[in-house]
Ligand binder design. Sequence first.
Ligand code: AP5
Ligand code: MG
Length: 217
Amino acid sequence: MTYVVLMGGPGAGKGTQAKRLQASLGLPQVATGDLFRENLKNNTELGQLARTFMDRGDLVPDEVTVAMVRDRLSRPDCANGVLFDGFPRTIPQAEALDELLHEFGAQVDVVPYIHVHPDLLLQRLAGRWTCRQCGHVYHKLFNPPQQDGVCDLDGSELYQRADDTEETQKRRIDVYFELTAPLLDFYRERGLLAEVDGEQSIDQVQSALIDVIKQAA
Ligand code: AP5
Ligand code: MG
């Protein structure tokens, strides 16, 4: 069992890396942002509620987020470990995750922190395009698809996220520094934090992440 918490600001590359690592490590990606967006697409009550927070770049309340993660973790594919992407994002969420994993006789094993300078985060977010079907992430300059607007993997349409307006991107970065960055110390004190240089190429970041995760497993 290996439970990995991928940390990093908005645009650091958590989703990009989680998608690649789930194939190479055989662990499912549990991305709370993706789960909220799926609910939004299916027009569920949870999706409607989450939208009001996401559109502003604010966090969805902890109780709602933790309940959604509890539900996701109860599915059989999570029994051997998980790559958490975008969760936990507050100290109460981290404490709730400890309790949830405890119920499975597990714990957080390693917290790779993908470190990217804040100025670069905005550039990353501004050029991002995502596949509507499989969620694969591209960047118009740093990681372009072979054909404009079309996913290399499944030929589906690429879109820009509703929360990728300039105003919301800035708010997400501010919220990250205010509420999520304190988690770095929370995990550092437990000896779980492993910093990875997120300004290398996507392949280099991936191999650095595989190294720290394998060391912990
Ligand atoms: P979420 O979907 O998690 O968004 P985020 O944290 O803002 O992070 P991003 O998805 O924007 O960044 P990423 O690190 O995944 O970067 P990516 O790989 O795409 O959350 C959205 C919202 O949902 C939140 O604002 C909140 O409202 C709500 N929410 C979610 N979780 C919550 C929680 N736990 N509690 C409460 N609310 C929650 O990469 C970005 C770009 O950079 C791409 O274009 C990519 O191609 C490019 N790139 C990646 N790596 C590299 C590289 N090494 N070199 C060059 N380019 C790169
Ligand atoms: Mg993401």
